[in-house]
Design a protein around this ligand. Structure first.
Ligand SMILES: *Cc1c(COP(=O)(O)O)cnc(C)c1O
Length: 227
């Protein structure tokens, strides 16, 4: 089967999960995670209708951008070092992986220089895994308050990378916890209405994530095959 078949199957699975959860399918955006994959495969996915692509490395993203049509929307989903901020600001529609106030401040500075506003998500390490980046859940409110005052960064929501599990159901409590926190922040109006995005769920667990309120899912293997 080709990339387009996998892409369309993934879209169908998203539709099914939305149906089960009583949600409108238009609430959920699929990010095709194309890291490590050659541009030919991204073009195939593009031909099949994909417009949102996710990459986890700055160099690879910058290499692929000029080779793809201009209407592609690029998402940076991997850990971003502060010394790479200058290269990436202005190139993405959304940076999912802001995991420190220091990094947000660097993005703020560079965005101000370039006279633009950068859309970001705060990455939350919900399961408190040692190996993962992200704010701990109980640090996130404070970080939101600080970053919300920046004028060239807009916090559009939250992102998490759930633990690797065989059974996706095991991640349901992780997704639920982040959804509850997200709603709590909106209720308290800490975001001034800017938070509309909850990026959670990957190939192994995106359907569960959708059932628990994800508005963006990041699917790599399920579309492009194993890495
Ligand atoms: C690689 C990656 C994905 C996609 O993972 P798959 O299991 O291949 O779908 C999603 N999110 C992040 C942050 C990633 O690094």
């Amino acid at each position: 089967m080709g990339i387009q078949t996998y892409l369309h199957r993934t879209e169908e699975q998203i539709a099914e999960a939305c149906k089960r959860a009583g949600r409108d399918q238009r609430e959920v955006t699929l990010i095709a995670v194309s890291k490590t994959k050659p541009v030919e495969l991204l073009k195939e996915a593009y031909e099949g209708g994909a417009r949102q692509f996710g990459e986890n490395r700055v160099q690879e993203l910058l290499f692929k951008i000029p080779q793809m049509p201009e209407d592609v929307r690029w998402h940076l989903i991997g850990h971003l070092q502060t010394n790479k901020v200058r290269q990436i600001v202005g190139k993405t529609c959304l940076i999912h992986s802001v995991d420190s106030v220091k990094l947000a401040r660097e993005i703020e500075k560079e965005s101000e220089k370039q006279n633009l506003v950068t859309d970001i998500l705060l990455e939350v390490n919900v399961a408190e895994e040692e190996s993962k980046f992200g704010f701990l859940l109980d640090e996130t409110e404070e970080a939101l308050k600080i970053i919300h005052d920046f004028s060239h960064v807009r916090v559009c929501g939250l992102m998490t990378v759930a633990p690797f599990v065989e059974d996706a159901e095991k991640n349901r409590p992780v997704f639920r916890k982040l959804y509850e926190f997200y709603v709590d922040m909106k209720t308290k109006n800490i975001d001034n209405g800017s938070m509309t995005t909850l990026s959670m769920g990957m190939t192994g667990d995106f359907q569960v994530a959708i059932e628990e309120g994800a508005t963006m899912v990041r699917v790599g293997t399920g579309i492009f095959g194993a890495r």
